[in-house]
Design a protein around this ligand. Structure first.
Ligand code: 9MR
Length: 371
């Protein structure tokens, strides 16, 4: 009897302690500065959201997101494979939840993405005629963009249509619809979503050749009398190798076209990689050196990461009149796609918060850039 009582008391004490430590970290999260408040006069601060976060499975995570970010992009759930799984079937469940999430927490949603060559529905592989691709393209944009008009703040209308040399990527859309598919996507989006901002989004489009291709695309859309409100530079960069000059030149050149500039998928890779960018089709094979920091990031890399983020945010602030949003591609290091790409199962550290949502030195450097 006594033993049983003792066991119950011990269990209660353990539960109490666990709750106390939860409360403790929740309270701590409220004491660190908020990115969205710190930059509120400068630009929006966004994050990518995954299923668990949209489903609010962990109330502490929800509170943390709402305190730190005022804009969000769904990491996957609005891509065509997920939202439009069959020729005549759409699945709006998660996207509707995301809209509700945004409303509840005063977070603006950027729809991602209407037209992308990747993560397409499986049925596309069975289509081999121009007419059918055209019908898919038109129906998809009309249906999805009109449903969320006035509910999402903006759309990445077309994602990653360019090659590194600035020419058009050989996608299924280019193959069947020709060079003008980008302009046509914006035309359809403009009709379906008159109350929504419309953007072109890509990675490495701060690099001179790809930037030139991107500028041509924007000019072409405008010359056709079609609306494009902004350009997204994804910002998947590497520690110690941030192309600050190219980024600044791009901010200036894009802004000169009369479009808003934003950084839409920011993260800084610290793990070895033999190429730059974010082409999800590219992969690397694992070797003994490919996962060098399985337990912790060495101080020297942590310091370099902080310096890189500091330099970037100084540059963003310098051009805050042209930049409307900076979005991180994930809430914390544990969420990042870089743990699984281009090699599965690595331990990466590309964001401002660690796996427990604790701020890293880079976070404080970023906060300190605001005078
Ligand atoms: O982060 C996304 C990851 O969860 C998906 O598996 C991947 C699949 O295509 O897409 C990732 O997000 C990409 C984004 O949609 C477009 N730019 C590059 C991003 C990183 O690959």
């Amino acid at each position: 009897m006594l033993l049983k009582k003792l066991a119950i008391t011990t269990r209660t004490a353990v539960l109490l302690l666990a709750n106390l430590s939860l409360l403790h970290s929740a309270a701590l999260a409220q004491t660190i500065p908020s990115l969205r408040d710190t930059f509120k006069k400068d630009f929006g601060i966004g994050t990518a959201l995954n299923n668990a976060q949209i489903n609010e499975t962990n109330p502490q995570t929800t509170a943390f997101i709402a305190r730190q970010f005022n804009m969000a992009t769904p990491e996957n759930i609005m891509k065509s494979a997920l939202i439009h799984p069959g020729w005549d079937t759409y699945d709006f469940e998660m996207a509707d939840k995301l809209i509700a999430f945004g409303k509840k927490h005063d977070i603006k949603i950027n729809g991602h993405t209407l037209i992308w060559h990747s993560q397409l529905p499986a049925f596309i592989r069975g289509i081999h005629s121009k007419d059918s691709i055209q019908t898919f393209f038109t129906n998809h944009i009309k249906t999805v963009a009109s449903r969320y008009d006035g509910k999402v703040f903006s759309w990445d209308v077309v994602n990653e249509a360019l090659n590194e040399d600035g020419t058009m990527r050989k996608s299924v859309f280019l193959q069947y619809l020709g060079d003008d598919f980008v302009t046509e996507a914006f035309r359809l989006a403009q009709q379906a979503a008159p109350k929504t901002e419309l953007y072109y989004n890509d990675y490495n489009n701060e690099q001179p050749k790809k930037r030139a291709g991107c500028i041509d695309l924007i000019r072409k859309i405008k010359a056709a009398g079609v609306r494009i409100d902004g350009v997204g530079i994804q910002g998947h960069w590497h520690v110690g190798r941030i192309p600050l000059k190219d980024i600044e030149e791009s901010i200036l050149q894009y802004a000169a076209l009369g479009v808003k500039v934003m950084f839409t998928e920011l993260d800084i890779e610290v793990l070895p990689r033999n190429f730059q960018g974010a082409d999800v089709g590219q992969r690397m094979t694992a070797n003994a050196q490919s996962n060098p920091y399985p337990t912790a990031l060495p101080d020297s890399v942590q310091t370099q990461l902080a310096a890189d983020y500091e330099a970037l945010f100084k540059l963003f602030l310098k051009h805050k009149d042209k930049i409307t949003r900076v979005t991180f591609w994930g809430v914390n290091d544990g969420d990042s796609w870089l743990n699984n790409w281009p090699i599965r199962g690595r331990t990466s550290y590309p964001l401002l918060f660690d796996r427990k949502d604790q701020p890293k030195p880079a976070f404080y450097k970023v906060i300190a850039t605001v005078k």
